[in-house]
Design a protein around this ligand. Structure first.
Ligand code: FES
Ligand code: FES
Length: 160
């Protein structure tokens, strides 16, 4: 009989590596990343999809890991902030002072990195719409918007 409490072995593809985990069917991807794999960059906050602090990429698309069951991630490429290595978005967040306490920052960077790949020509309207999925309580959204636009402009210049 199907049980949400039953534990099973599963393989997850995380940051380019296959990781075996023993999880319950009811475990969220956020909890498995943090508690089983020690990947604490995705942050728990609202845990109901409002804040975006837990954002990771699934096959390149930003997803709130508090809303996804770990079993749903089997067979997909999961990227957490630990899997980004000195990307332009990380560097530009620093250059643009796009964070203060930093609690929301990994979620913002994952979302913005996803945007830069999915909408390389995004204008301010698309950027503002995209940012609606993440909340920051202590820095200004202008700096975050500037960081994204800067990365998009850098990428466009590199392609010319
Ligand atoms: S903790 Fe996942 S959206 Fe807030
Ligand atoms: S930098 Fe503090 S919540 Fe966003």
């Amino acid at each position: 009989m199907f049980s949400l409490q039953k534990k099973e072995f599963m393989d997850l593809n995380i940051n380019g590596e296959k990781k075996s985990v023993v999880i319950r069917s009811a475990d969220t991807l956020l909890d498995v990343l943090r508690n089983q794999l020690g990947l604490t960059g995705a942050k728990p906050s609202c845990k109901n999809g409002d804040c975006g602090a837990c954002t990771v990429l699934i096959d390149g698309w930003p997803v709130k890991s508090c809303l996804m069951l770990a079993v749903e991630a089997v067979g997909h490429e999961i990227t957490s902030i630990e899997g980004l290595k000195e990307t332009a978005m990380q560097k530009t967040f620093i250059d643009c002072f796009a964070f203060q306490c930093g609690y929301c920052t990994s979620g913002f960077i994952m979302n913005c990195h996803g945007l830069s790949r999915i909408h390389p020509g995004a204008d301010y309207g698309i950027i503002r719409e995209w940012l609606q999925s993440n909340l920051c309580r202590c820095t200004g959204y202008e700096e975050i918007t500037d960081a994204i636009k800067s990365v998009l402009d850098q990428n466009a210049a590199l392609e010319q």
